[in-house]
Design a protein around this ligand. Structure first.
Ligand code: ATP
Ligand code: MG
Length: 769
């Protein structure tokens, strides 16, 4: 039958057409970002359907996220007049494997009604097994075991297949515990996420008939983002593709960013070996981004040693340069981005107005989102957080907030219920019930009820000791809050520390634990903006009350990892500082592997942008409420000058970057604060980094929209005698403040954020109001 004339082919370039038209045999589309790989893959499916090469359910199409699957289905539907309807096998690896496993569950000892455990359930189970094996949980935390087992599953190793070289894992008991865990899961008629693929691979390897059926069934197999498949996914695909051998994989080795989760970029590199006679299509024309954005992306990824190397070009315009800006601190960065977003939304600099839906902020780690969320809520800028709960909805944040709420009021029973056994204190459901009954019988709150249970011996043993400690802690924190003996920030840190909550995550060895710890630090940072704990709690309850409807015109906030495959007309990339991006972990690692993966992530970030790309960094960040000097990211050194415009930070930063800041740094020790020395030298280094100097030297000093608070501030290097009590001033390290007293050449200043300090007048600049 002749292929119908379809317009989906018309919008494609010759290389894409080749990839779409060559339907038989293995095809690899290996090409850089924005070259239309996903588009070609989508058209290929449309072509298969329109030419009736396959029925919708005979096509297996794998995407990286559920969202991508939905979008692809909608597009294919639009191209084929709804032929995509019956595409039952279009989805993520996990979604497709669940479907298969339900059909064949009995082959691995499960019933088709099996449940899929979440991480919490998984952990509870592992904990029981670790205890049963009498292993010291402190030295060998169950979470670590969870990480090890996940890693093995990603490699498609059943307990029997774990190589001898791994036998020392988890104090030599890893493999046995893995086997016990798998047995227990079967007894529970359950599996974890890793099992979905592992079980299917096992079934295919042991039941030829089942595999043969699928091999016959799937006439065409298509895979997007192939560079991020792990070994188990790869094996599953390779087994299925051995039938018709019509497999088309698309990917970009430069965008492999899930190595930490077991992805093997090697899978894409050996495609031609696995599928002899594979046809390789290379796409080089980028349709997404302007010339300058592509130039910057190429400059960054060029610094990676281990890559195939590809060229990208665009026939589009150069557009505006990628903009780079440094800020004083994270709050300023969030404020500036908020202002810039509003300006772009209105349409500035002669550009068209850009809807909020077309703008995204892409962060390296989710804790970075908090500053933006807070700022946007304050100014009423609608936003959505993709790929995870909003900051204040995260598990660890809610736990921490429950402690704070109890410090403020012991009547908060809900908060008590949440934390009574978090971290684990050996208080089971029964103990909690006893507390509840006691409280109810006596008409008191749960804290009081708990106190009674301990005193009257209703709860005994280890649980009683832990409960007593908790109640004493709650009393103590409550007292400290009333005494105001510590700042609310110190108190918050103390609570998280003394309750064992911080320690709990420190001892946790799963991949997500460091992120949770960072979120806790970020929570403490957020407190800086409030006078006391009560004010902060009020702020958060207001935020939580703001109904979360995700429809409408909103800025997107998400992680760089989550943004893979997506595109936005305007992209903000904040937090480009060493230790954040690249992450501290990747910098600490020996060898280049981690750093190169971070660089690929930078490449992914930049190439999400169509027309506007703004990179920013700050020189001061708060960690646990304390200021820390930041160095601009080493990736900033790699941005090719000709494609970058360095923005002059709004007025107040002039003192920081300009003559005044430098003058202050030239005399590091003379303000008599020894602890400052290190900070100042470090901060001077920031401006000595080669990349910064280079960029600074050709800065075009273009004025940018200024945050309202900063608008009227001028830097004044006049002598100290010009200050009078009540003057509004600015200090390099402590920020804004008001002069309280003048003692010779020293000023006592009440800083907005840092509190009262005595500093040498010459390091102070006047801030005209
Ligand atoms: P990534 O590597 O980021 O996943 P990709 O290679 O999958 O990128 P696509 O998302 O398919 O690229 O395409 C990028 C953009 O270019 C999309 O907006 C797409 O519609 C557009 N595009 C792709 N091919 C063409 C073409 N031949 N003509 C015009 N626009 C195109
Ligand atoms: Mg894509």
């Amino acid at each position: 039958m002749a292929a119908p004339v379809v317009d989906y082919l018309e919008g494609l370039n010759p290389a894409q057409r080749e990839a779409v038209g060559r339907l038989d045999g293995p095809v690899l589309m290996l090409a850089g970002a924005g070259t239309g790989k996903t588009k070609a893959l989508t058209c290929r499916i449309a072509h298969l359907l329109a030419t009736q090469r396959a029925r919708p359910d005979e096509i297996l199409a794998v995407t990286f996220t559920n969202k991508a699957a939905r979008e692809m289905k909608t597009r294919i539907g639009a191209l084929t007049n709804g032929l995509s309807e019956g595409m039952r096998w279009l989805g993520t690896f996990h979604a497709i494997c669940v479907k298969q496993l339900r059909r064949h569950a009995e082959l691995v000892g499960l019933k088709s009604s099996f449940t899929i455990l979440d991480t919490d359930d998984q952990l509870r189970l592992l904990k029981q097994l670790v205890r049963a094996a009498e292993i010291d949980e402190k030295r060998w935390p169950p979470r670590m075991l969870a990480g090890i087992i996940d890693g093995w599953k990603n490699k498609a190793w059943t307990p029997a297949q774990v190589p001898v070289a791994e036998s020392s894992a988890f104090d030599g008991k890893g493999v046995d515990l893995y086997a016990a865990y798998q047995r227990r899961l079967i007894e529970l008629n359950a599996c974890d996420f890793g099992d979905l693929l592992l079980h299917m691979v096992t079934i295919f390897q042991t039941h030829e008939d089942v595999l043969a059926n699928y091999q016959r069934w799937f006439k065409y197999i298509l895979v997007d983002e192939y560079q991020d498949t792990n070994v188990a996914q790869y094996l599953w695909l390779r087994l299925l593709a051995q039938g018709h051998k019509n497999i088309c994989c698309v990917g970009d080795d430069d965008q492999s960013i899930y190595g930490w989760r077991g992805a093997e970029v090697g899978n894409i590199l050996r495609f031609e070996k696995d599928f002899p006679g594979a046809h390789v299509v290379r796409l080089e024309q980028n349709y997404r981004s302007t010339g300058h954005i592509l130039g910057v992306a190429a400059g960054v990824i060029d610094a990676n040693k281990n890559r195939l190397g590809k060229t990208l070009f665009t026939e589009g315009e150069d557009g505006e340069q990628v903009r780079l800006i440094g800020h004083w601190d994270g709050n300023d960065e969030a404020r500036w981005i908020g202002e810039e977003i509003e300006a772009m939304q209105r349409g500035t600099r002669g550009l068209d107005a850009i809807p909020l839906n077309d703008m995204a902020i892409l962060v390296r780690a989710s804790h970075q989102m908090r500053a933006f969320e807070d700022r946007f809520l304050t100014i009423g800028l609608p936003y959505r957080v993709i790929g995870g709960p909003r900051f204040y909805e995260r598990l660890e944040i809610r736990d921490a907030m429950a402690y704070f709420r109890l410090a403020v009021s012991q009547d908060d029973d809900l908060a008590f219920e949440r934390i009574v056994n978090t971290p684990k204190r050996g208080l089971g459901d029964k103990a909690v019930q006893t507390i509840q009954t006691t409280a109810r019988a006596n008409g008191v709150n749960l804290v009081e009820g708990a106190r009674m249970c301990v005193e009257t011996g209703l709860i005994k043993g280890k649980g009683a000791t832990a409960l007593r400690e908790l109640v004493q802690g709650l009393d103590r924190w409550n007292q400290q809050l009333r005494d105001e003996s510590d700042t609310h920030i110190e108190l918050a840190e103390m609570i998280l520390d003394e309750s064992g909550y911080t320690g709990h995550w420190q001892n946790t060895k799963t991949p997500e634990a460091p992120g949770r710890l960072e979120n806790l630090k970020e929570l403490v940072n957020a407190l800086e903006n409030f006078e006391n704990l009560q004010g902060f709690l009020e702020h958060v309850s207001l935020i939580m009350d703001n109904a979360k409807d995700e429809i409408g015109d909103m800025v997107t906030i998400m992680t760089l990892h989550g943004a893979k495959g997506l595109e936005f007309p305007a992209v903000f990339l904040p937090g480009w500082e060493d230790g954040i991006f690249p992450s501290q972990r990747s910098m600490d690692e020996s060898g280049l592997k981690g750093l190169e993966e971070e660089r690929r992530l930078a490449y992914v970030g930049i190439t999400r942008a169509e027309r506007h790309c703004l990179i920013s960094f700050v020189t001061n960040r708060q960690v646990f409420g304390r200021w820390q000097n930041q160095m601009p990211s080493r990736f900033i050194d790699e941005l090719p000058e000709e494609h970058v415009e360095v923005l002059t930070p709004p007025g107040l930063y002039g003192g920081n970057f300009g003559a005044a800041g430098m003058a202050a740094q030239a005399n590091p020790a003379s303000d008599g604060m020894a602890s400052d020395l290190h900070d100042r030298v470090a901060s001077a280094d920031v401006y000595n980094s080669p990349g910064w100097r280079r960029l600074q030297s050709r800065s075009q000093q273009r004025p940018v929209s200024q945050p309202s608070e900063a608008r009227n501030i001028t830097i004044d290097m006049t002598a100290s005698s010009s200050f009078t009590v009540g003057d509004r001033v600015f200090h390099q390290k402590f920020g804004y403040g008001e002069v309280m007293e003048i003692e010779g050449d020293k000023l006592v200043i009440e800083f907005d954020k840092a509190g009262e300090k005595k500093v040498v007048a010459k390091f102070i600049v006047g801030a005209a109001q």
